[in-house]
Structure formats: structure tokens, C-alpha cells
Design a protein around this ligand. Sequence first.
Ligand code: T1G
Length: 718
Amino acid sequence: MAATAPAITAPAVTWEVTDGIATVVLDLKGQPVNVISRAVKDEFIACFAALADDARVRAVAFFSGKADNFIAGADIEEFVTLTSAAEAERLSADGQEMLDRVARFLKPIAVGIHGACLGGGFEFALACHYRVATDHPKTQIGLPEVQLGILPAAGGCQRLPRLVGVRAALDMILAGKSERAAKAFRLGMVDELVPPAILAEITVGAARRMAGGWRPKRKRRGGIMGFLLDGNPLGRLLVYRAARKQVLEKTGGHYPAPLAALEAVEYGMRHGIAEGLKREAQLFGQLAVTDVSRKLVQIFFATNELKKDPGIANAPPPVRVHRLGIIGSGFMGSGIAGTAVAQAEVDVRMKDADLARVAQGILAARAILDDRLKRRRITKYEYARLIALLSGGDSYAGFGRAELTIEAVFEELGVKQQVLREAEAVLPSASVFASNTSTIPITRIAEAARAPERVIGMHFFSPVAKMPLLEVIPGARTSPQTVSTAVAFGRRIGKTVIVVQDSPGFWVNRILAPYGNEVGHLLAEGASIEDIDSMAVRFGFPVGPVTLLDEVGLDVAVNVAGVMQSAYGDRIVPAPGPGIGALVKEGRLGRKSGRGFYIYTGGKKRGVDESVYGLLGIHPNGGPRPAEILQRLVLGLVNEAARALGEGVVRSPRDGDIGAIFGFGFPPFRGGPLRYADDLGAERVVSDLERLAERYGVRFAPSEVLQEHARRGTKLYS
Ligand code: T1G
């Protein structure tokens, strides 16, 4: 064996040479993840120059020194400081140039990938000559750039389509997807899949074989369709056309990055890699300085901050939940149960009034696991193990060891208090009791408790498995550890958690109330259902407010509206006429009953149910101007958000905006309602609200908070 010669030239990139193979390790000391910054790039260049000159080295095996992270991409902190498109273009071109050296390196390079391999990290792997990945769930591989409003700009738009075909590459790049290693292997993104224990051995082995002249043979993927569509220019033309249509449908034209990425791919496939790279760098330059990208990056950092936020200052460490009790096995209860098992592998015990309901709840919770199995997120073995964690009954048997119990029973104070009393009788003394209420004050529920310090609100959104937000609501007497336990558990089951004040509507329903309520007024004034929805969609909401009402359920909406009207009567003024209650009386509850404002068949929204107008006693006749419709919807929401922020309902504008974006899809590229108010400027928002108040009444009167900022010329984000 040749002598091992450590040749450390710089702190992040180190290597040693053994038997002709250089083993290079990237490890940014003191950083949570590896990222590629300018400094790292310089080290890479120096390292590869030294390896080129080192006669002992015949091939290279590259690894990350981090336990669970390969490379998280380019350093986002670095590119957000760029101020001009030209500067950003240069940054991209420099990165491309470095990876070009890697791709042309005369000594073959194999990479061993374990952990997140994203963006520039994957682009580096793509430039190498052989890719081995671990089959560990932490290994995620992909190009998430468009989620930050940019595009893969270190050759990703060129090398990925050439490796896996245009269709598969666009599917990943345009959605900013990352895949688990098994899928990445199936698609051809990596050459080999191995257990973590033998990653090093297999990667070094591949490097050694390549040093001996062996080259991997990669077969064309996708069969005959792959040949017809990916394999020739005409087929690709069809692929690009379909992709463009799909992107426009999905983004409503609000997000320039996916279209730019499509252009970079198409241009490169047509004019060759060198020209493609140039175009990619130019487009990156343009995108990196857009407002949309800045907003999306802000959301990335805000979400990261929230991941580390215990939810309360000086909180004692949370209690680790191993066993979860769920009371009420309906839609919400079973959704929480299934999500908890799937995400955190906790033991879940469900309780409902009778066994038939419990059985149904368990089946519904299982459906979440079925879905994961179908999407190959879990294996058959994991599935069997997880299923076994779900159990239930019509008594509190099995609740005696639960560290956390969440109730999702009928939305009525008396019922909730009754359940709380029953549970307290059997729960261990340190156990936390959480209510998944959307309208009842936690402090009121806790009045029935022997230990109100362990009662808290955990407001999930429906459907629980899909909706990313959780509101945690401490009551007046809730202890700090109860808060930190609820927050930590919420995060463990994959939710972005905001801690909000115990006041009517909490945060999300509070700011949605004027938005939903305005629908009634607009309809009464002759606006059509389609016009109202399409204006909101044009603004960037995923669905309009009328569709949202149908999704939430009209019975639920009526209940929430009632609570909000009695709490904020001067602002949540009911529209004239019978209102949504008339639809509920007819059994039209929205999507869940197949009929609301729209008709649903086979799980699909079919169109407006015209008979709704008759039931509401109104006639669509054009109504207010489109711009006016939009202003009334959005500024009412923004005004209420600013007011609630001023009252301390959320702890910061950051939490408020994340709540609105993750809770009901406030357009991410606008940064959230509070950021949007700052962008318009308080003065403008106030003057628009004053004009609306003059025409439509006091419900639009600008909040004190906005008036104050308008007077001072300051912003909600200080
Ligand atoms: N740049 C800078 N900081 C980053 C980073 C990045 N790319 N990725 C993570 N961090 C920080 C993060 O802010 C946090 O910091 C810490 O690392 C841990 O992250 C040329 C243009 C890798 C899956 O979009 O998806 O490549 O708060 O809490 O849950 O085409 O971070 O501790 O100070 O999220 O284990 C594309 C973004 C970049 C990947 C790890 N890459 N990162 O998740 O930890 S653009 C991305 C993630 C690009 C090229 C271009 C996740 C993760 P702090 P964390 P985690």
C-alpha cells in the first residue's frame, strides 16, 4: 500500500491519497450544512489543481464530512447580497467554470452521496463521473432552485436533461423537486444505491475501476416513449410545449423562474452545452435580483428560524412524546393520528364514543400511510410497523401513559370541557392536553381543568396530512413547558408552528374573517362567484375565497363567522340577505357534501351551482369593478392582519406572514400580508382603506397600527 499523505491546503476541503485514489472530503467546520460559497469554490479549484499535478493520484473519490448532509447547494446568503444582474451572472458563470473543470478532469471522479444533495451540490455531483448514493431517508437529491425564484445555474439545466432525458429533468427542475435516493436511482440521477455502511467502500471501488479504464454504461430510459419524446428534436418540442402550458397554469404567470429554467434547458438542447450554460447564467443573473426571488428567500430563512424557535422565551425543554392520545376519531382526529404515526412514529391511541366510529377513524388514519406506501415514501416493512402503532377503543384504556392528548371532538365548549374532565381522570399527571379547536378560547376550555397549566390549543388545518401550518395557542394559565412540548411535537410531525394569542379566531381565522365576509357583500352587490374567485387567483391565491369556503365547509364557515361577528361586530358586518346559512339549511356544506357554491362530482369541482343565487336571493349583474373587488378582499385582510399584529396576536410579522402563506396560501411571492402592506407603504394602504370606508362603511376603517406607520413613514417589519 502506498504511503498516505495528508495534504491539507485549506480548512473546508481536505484529502488524502491511498493506493492511487485521492479521497477528498468537504466539511465546512462550524457550519450546520455544506454549502458552496466563493471561498469553497476557490478551495475546490486549488484542490483539483493539486490532484491534477499529483502523479500518485489516478482517480478521485469525493465525500462530505457531515453526518447527514452532502451539499445543500450554493450559499444562499451569498447570492442574496448581489445587487446587479451582471454580478449574479458572473457568480453563476464562475460556478459553471469550476464544474466544467470537474467534468473535464482527466482523472475520473466518483462521488459518494449521503444526506441532502441539492442545487449546486447536485450540480457538482452531475459534473463528476460516477454517483453512488445511500438508500437512507436523509438522502434527498434534487434541484430546488425554482422554489427560491432562481434556476439551477451551475449546469443543472444542461447536464440533468442529458443524463435522464428532457421529460424527467423538466419534471424535477420546473417544480423544484427533490427525490429520495431510490427514486433518484430509478430515474438515473445516480448510478448506484447502497446502504450507508458501505458507501465509502463502493465509491472508492468505482473510482479505482474507472482508474483502470472502466466506464459506466448508462442506458436510455423511458422505453419507446422516451425515444419518441426525449430522443429527437420534434418529440422534445412537444415536451417543451406541454411543460410551458403546465407551468403557466400552475404559476398564473407570477413566478418567472420555472419559465426561465425551461428556456435554459430548451436553449441548451438546441444549441449545445456551451451556449446553454451562457443562457443559464444570464437568466440566473436576471432572476437573482427579482423581487419574487427575494421574497421566496425570505420565506426560506423565516421557516428555518421557526424550526429552531421553541415558541416561548426561556422555555424549559419539551417533554418527548412517545405515546399520543387522540379523542374524537373524525376527520381531524384521524388526520392528526395518521400524520403523527407517519412523521414521528409515535404510538397512537384513539378514542371515540363507539367502536364503529373508532374503526372508521383508524381506517382514515391508515389511509395516510396507504398513500405513503403508494408513493413509495415508505417500504412495505415500514408500513407494517407503522400500522401497528395505531390502535383505539371506546374507553380511555391506553391513555394512562400518553405524554400528549389531543382532542378533536365536536366544536362546543361543554363537550370539550367534558372530554377534558374525563381525560384528566386517567392521564398521567405531567401529561399535556391539547384542544384542536378553531373558535373556542383555550382559557375557557381550561376552566374545567384540574391542571390548567397543562392545557393548550393546537389548531391544525384540514386536511391535516397536507396542510403545513399549526397554530399553538397557550391559554392564560398554560405553563411554558406545555408550550414548548406542543411546539416541539408539532414540528416533529412536520408542521411549521406559530405560537399565537388566545383571542377569537387566533391568527389565521381572524385575518381570514374580513376576507370571507366580504364575499357576501360582493355577491349581494351583483358580483358573480366566478369573478370573485378569479380575481383572487389572479392576485396569486391558489383558490379564490368562494372555493375556499367550500373547501373549509360551509357549516364550519358559518360557525366561525358567528364567533367572529360577535367578537368583532363593527368590522365583520354580515351582508344583507339570508347568507351562507341558507345554503347550509339545504344540506350544501361545500366540497364534502358534493355541493356548496360549486358542484363536485367524483372528487372534482365541476362549476358554479347557479341555483345558489336564488337561495341567497341575489342576481349577478356585474357587480363592482374587478379592481375594486380585489382591493376589498385583500385590503380588508391586510388591515385586520396589521391590527392583530398590533394586539400581539402573533409574536412578529414573520410569524404572521408565514401563518398566512402556509395557513391559506397567501401568495408567497408577495411575502405575506404584512410584507405586502410594507411594500405598498402604510400611507397608500391607509388612503385606500379610507376611500373604501367612505363608500362601504366603517368595516374598512384603517387600523390604528397602519395609521401610526403611515404618520411616521415606518414599516411593520422594523
Ligand atoms: N445556503 C445557505 N444556508 C443554508 C443552505 C444554503 N443553500 N441550506 C441550508 N442552509 C442553512 C439553513 O439556513 C440553516 O441555517 C442550516 O443551514 C440548517 O438548515 C448554483 C443557485 C439542506 C435540506 O435550496 O433545503 O444551489 O438557521 O434547518 O432541516 O444552482 O436546509 O442553522 O443558521 O433547513 O436539516 C439550492 C436549501 C441553493 C437547499 C437541510 N439549495 N436547504 O435541512 O436543516 S441555490 C437549496 C434545505 C443553488 C445553484 C444554485 C435544507 C436542507 P441556520 P435546516 P435541515
